[in-house]
Write a protein that binds this ligand. Structure first.
Ligand code: ARG
Ligand code: ZN
Length: 495
């Protein structure tokens, strides 16, 4: 929307805005909640009930950026992962028990698994043949076809060493083990399949249980809360539970000489920082997390998970990754309060409300960036407008945050122009509606996955305005709009 059109709309008053809102609603039908459905490949439908007309599940979910990621025809409910780490050989031995529900009658289905040797697969207790299909899928054929709606359990026994997925990103995603036997994971966007068989796409979230076995001198941590440890013959098993739905790329498994520092946050929330002993002392910025949670609780709604903290590894990664309940920080990123605030915000935006497709990445990075501006304003009095002005000076040309392309998933524009989209949106709909929008977004889509279309529809629903031109210009046009055209010349960000 140009500034002129904004003024015209304002002049026409609330009565017309209601009409415009209604028309906008008709023009842009809400994308229908769960992204699983939005991405279900054509031809995946089979006869309702029974396994009659059972078909092979598709080898991908048709994600616009990573079409082979994830698998069609079922929905995972729960992953039970048993991992045994042998630092001497660099091998991980795994046993994954996956509980899922068929969304079509299935004669066979695939799981994502990169580079591991598969030893044995069962479906509902029966041996099932498994063969590789392409470089990230394993096709499993159950003894009897699975009826649509049936719950089934797959057990995969496997083993192997480190692998990387050649996806585009500052680092190739995968699990990392150094020569001292330290392990941690960087899976965003499609690298979880290097460690465990999965429906490796954020539109299929599930709960997790981890049992990690390693030499007793080492400490193992994962997402979620510690349930128990047991020691047997020099090996220790660490069992963790993450009951809240989690996207596969947000799994964290770390093993090493780790110090665990426990504390309490708002409402007694258990906090836990995990510091690699070689990374030195616990960074001071992490000690602010309780205050940050308190602030975001008020802005976005209550912290969505049962625990939180940072994992600081002994590498200069140059980035952090918002692994659910336990953010991974490179040694170089952990003492930057803005980064700590950004990653914490992802727990609401990305982890609780997850991406329907990777094209929607600005829903993660733009939101977390904007949230860190709010924190800096609250904590240090840095006006949000100052951060907006800075971001407006960066170049967002050529990489529209609403469709950056897989090779620019983490480009500056996705962060800065993405955050500016929220800045101009707040200006357009006002502070009160904007706060309502963010809180409603988390309440409505928390625990699930949502798309940019879902967000646009909700913004129009909450504000009663036609916001199509705003989102088109900021998210989808090649050229970055001029901030002054959208917030007016007297906005502090453009003065
Ligand atoms: N989501 C991370 C962030 O908070 C970006 C991680 C980029 N690197 C990667 N390997 N995926 O900014
Ligand atoms: Zn981020």
């Amino acid at each position: 929307m140009t500034r002129r059109r904004l003024l015209v709309l304002t002049a026409l008053g609330a009565c017309l805005l209601v009409v415009v809102g209604a028309v906008a609603g008709a023009r842009r039908a809400p994308a229908g909640g769960r992204a699983d459905r939005a991405l279900a490949p054509a031809g995946a439908r089979a006869g309702a009930g029974g396994a009659g007309g059972a078909q092979a599940g598709s080898r991908g979910l048709g994600d616009p950026y990573f079409p082979d990621a994830g698998n069609g025809g079922y929905d995972v409910r729960h992953y039970d992962l048993d991992l045994r780490w042998d630092p001497g050989s660099g091998r991980m031995t795994g046993r994954a028990t996956i509980t899922a529900r068929a969304t079509q009658a299935l004669s066979s289905f695939t799981l994502d698994l990169v580079g591991m040797r598969i030893d044995r697969v069962t479906v509902d207790g029966d041996r099932a043949p498994a063969r590789r299909e392409g470089d990230r899928d394993v096709r499993i054929t159950p003894r009897r076809p699975l009826a649509r709606g049936a719950r089934f359990t797959v057990v995969v026994a496997y083993a192997g060493g480190q692998n990387r997925v050649g996806a585009v990103s500052p680092v190739e995603p995968g699990w990392f083990a150094d020569d001292t036997g330290d392990v941690y994971t960087v899976f965003e966007p499609i690298g979880a399949a290097t460690l465990f068989p999965s429906n490796d796409h954020p539109s299929d979230k599930a709960s997790y249980r981890f049992r990690v076995t390693a030499p007793a001198a080492l400490v193992a941590v994962t997402n979620g809360r510690l349930v128990r440890t047991t020691t047997d013959d020099g090996m220790r098993t660490w069992e963790y539970d993450e009951p809240d739905p989690m996207a596969s790329y947000l799994v964290q498994v770390a093993i090493g000489n780790l110090d665990v520092v426990r504390g309490r946050g708002p409402d007694g929330l258990p906090l836990r920082d995990v510091i690699d002993e070689d990374a030195g002392r616990r960074p001071a910025a992490l000690a602010r997390v309780g205050d940050m949670i308190d602030f975001y609780d008020g802005e976005f709604g209550r912290f969505p998970f049962g625990t939180y903290g940072g994992l600081v590894v002994d590498d200069n990664l140059g980035f952090a990754l918002e692994t659910q309940t336990l953010t991974l920080f490179g040694e170089d990123a952990a003492d930057q309060p803005t980064v700590v605030a950004h990653e914490l915000a992802h727990q609401w935006f990305g982890d609780d409300v997850s991406l329907g497709s990777w094209r929607d990445i600005w829903l993660n990075e733009g939101f977390a960036t904007f949230a860190s501006w709010l924190w800096e304003s609250h904590d240090r009095g840095v006006p949000v407008a100052d951060n907006a002005a800075l971001a407006a000076r960066s170049s967002g040309n050529g990489v529209p945050p609403g469709d950056p392309g897989p090779e620019h998933l983490f480009a500056g524009s996705v962060y800065d122009r993405g955050a500016l989209t929220l800045y101009v949106l707040r200006h357009a709909i006002g502070d009160d509606d904007f706060t309502t929008l963010l809180r409603t977004w988390v309440r409505r889509y928390g625990g699930r996955s949502a798309t940019t279309a879902d967000f646009e529809a909700l913004a129009e629903e909450v504000s009663g305005q036609d916001l199509g031109p705003l989102f088109d210009a900021w998210l989808r046009s090649d050229e970055m709009p001029r901030l002054s055209d959208w917030v007016g010349g007297d906005d502090p960000a453009v003065r």
